[in-house]
Design a protein around this ligand. Sequence first.
Ligand SMILES: [Zn+2]
Length: 92
Amino acid sequence: MSRHSANGRPYWRLRRHWLANAPHGWSCWLCHDPVDPHARTRGDRPTVDHVQPTSTGRIDPLDTSNWRLAHQRCNSARQDSPPPLGTPSRAW
Ligand SMILES: [Zn+2]
């Protein structure tokens, strides 16, 4: 098993660190509304959304260049559908 798991401990550690720094700023990349880093409400919580779905197995879940900040509700509404606005025009 060389492939990283999206459920493994390294993933969650990286995810927490990434969310704490919010390298893309505190706005949801799906609905463009601000995200409250301390939101307690389930749907408002900040989550990591993967631009390219990792469920295909071709994307490394730990590749943070594939990560975007999204509300929990926006993330779960999107599921594994393609990015809403096509591929990002800007290289991060
Ligand atoms: Zn949102």
